[in-house]
Design a protein around this ligand. Structure first.
Ligand code: NAD
Length: 434
């Protein structure tokens, strides 16, 4: 079975590499020639643990190819995956589907023989059927079935998520289409991964409903953290006590500066827009979007409060830039809000992230100093703010902070340090919800 993957970003690259690891012949296509050149030169355009090795192994085995020529890849394919971006459309909050429809139009003329066209991109309900119409219009002779197969991988754990997912969702409406997807996911079927077959609309909605639910859960514990701070409770114990209830579960109950990343912000917004269009109420999600945005912009005030005076002229270390550890993805990262308001208030910012420095550079104010390491970042600062919980920051002890910093204010937006240890070491330590 031959596969073409259109779009070689996080999802396309990881999915393509993993399908080739399953033994299929995969061609990943991207219109970004520099990206394809980078990959063919043996380098990865993104940081994702284990990805470089996985790609190299399958390229060497002759099963994985990277091209800019969509036509060649699609003509030979039994399955064509669309994995292009679906960012927020400027101005109205809907998902921007222009990349999806452009890819559909472009691939249509190259289909030969029975092919399944699979949307792996996160797309609003109804998109699959629209893509099918675009393809049928562009190539009335095309013999194809449309499938929705949303991706649930998490950046930072993308390969294991793809290889051992909690479930695979397939929206397919013919036996032939379901057979192709069963064959593609056979290795996962063998390890008893639940594979749920639905219609197109249901599959598309499962993705949004899942992401929005997780965004609600994160925001819920963030609101509980705020409440803990004013009533004298400890959000860690609240989360633990809640999480022991099997109906709730302990995942996604970690308070922090607000969710970011390439998915939750845009997917919650797109879900609200879909519901609005159909006159349906998802006001819970709407409230979460507003709360989260407000939370992210309030985080810099915590730093000012911790310093006890204006941040103007204060040298502050920002530890972590990516929206979460083990990725270099900066999309909607809370660090962007924090850095931009502290910088506008006149703080002198020193920043460090183990992997996201290059991605961050074009997004941050020019005055920000990019440092070589965590210790370099802390050097001479009055306050340190932990924004992303990379393991190397978890490993920092009070002695590390004390050796480099000129001041003793520590704002821990991920609750990674022990308050007692930090306070006993003489730090003014501020965490979330305790
Ligand atoms: N990043 C994640 O963690 C994640 C997880 C699950 C689902 N998703 C969804 O998967 C989709 C892709 O996300 P991503 O993060 O991989 O995006 P991305 O922006 O990293 O990559 C998209 C790629 O598609 C390419 N592209 C666009 N139009 C093209 C065309 N016509 N032909 C060839 N290439 C084209 C772009 O050049 C880019 O390299 C989105 O819908 C996203 O919501 C993302």
């Amino acid at each position: 079975m031959k596969i073409a993957v259109i779009g070689t970003g996080y999802v396309g690259l990881v999915s393509g590499a993993c399908f080739s690891e399953f033994g299929f012949d995969v061609t990943c296509v991207d219109k970004d020639a520099a990206k394809i050149e980078t990959i063919n030169g043996g380098l990865m355009p993104i940081y994702e643990p284990g990805l470089a090795e996985l790609v190299a192994r399958n390229v060497d085995a002759g099963r994985l190819h990277f091209k800019t020529d969509l036509g060649q890849a699609v003509t030979h394919a039994d399955a064509v995956f669309i994995a292009v971006g679906t960012p927020t459309r400027r101005g109205d909050g809907h998902a921007d589907l222009s990349f999806v429809y452009a890819a559909a139009e472009e691939l249509a003329g190259h289909l030969s023989g029975y092919t399944v066209i699979v949307t792996k991109s996160t797309v609003p309900v109804g998109t699959g059927r629209n893509v099918a119409n675009v393809v049928a219009k562009a190539n009335p002779d095309a013999d194809f079935d449309m499938i929705s197969n949303p991706e649930f991988l998490r950046e930072g754990a993308a390969i294991s998520d793809f290889m051992r997912p909690d479930r695979v969702i397939v929206g397919a409406e013919t036996d032939a289409a379901r057979d192709v997807m069963r064959a593609l996911y056979r290795p996962l079927f063998l390890i008893e991964t639940p594979i749920l077959f639905t219609n197109l609309e249901t599959s598309e909605l499962i993705k949004y409903a899942s992401n929005a639910f997780l965004a609600v859960k994160v925001s819920y514990i963030n609101q509980m953290a705020d409440l803990c701070e004013v009533v004298g409770a400890d959000v860690h114990d609240v989360a633990k006590g809640m999480g022991l209830d099997k109906r709730i579960g302990d995942k996604f109950l970690h308070p922090g500066p607000g969710y970011g990343g390439s998915c939750f912000p845009k997917d919650t917004l797109a879900l609200v827009k879909t519901a609005e269009m159909h006159g349906s109420d998802v006001s819970i999600v709407d409230a979460v979007i507003k709360f989260n945005q407000d939370r992210k912009s309030r985080m810099s005030a915590r730093v000012t409060e911790a310093l006890g005076e204006s941040v103007e002229g204060a040298s502050i270390a920002i530890l972590g830039l990516a929206f979460k550890p083990e990725t270099d993805d900066m999309r909607d990262s809370p660090s962007l809000d924090i850095i931009s308001s502290l910088s506008m208030a006149g703080a002198k910012l020193r920043v460090y992230d183990p992997k996201a420095m290059e991605e961050a550079k074009p997004l941050l104010p020019r005055e920000v100093v990019f440092c070589e390491s965590a210790t370099d970042c802390l050097r001479g600062t009055r306050a340190a703010v932990l924004v992303t919980e990379w393991n190397e920051f978890r490993a920092l002890t009070p002695a590390h902070f004390a050796a480099e910093m000129a001041g003793n204010v520590l704002v821990d937006l991920r609750n990674v340090y022990d308050p007692l240890v930090m306070q006993e070491a003489g730090f003014h330590y501020f965490s979330i919800g305790r």
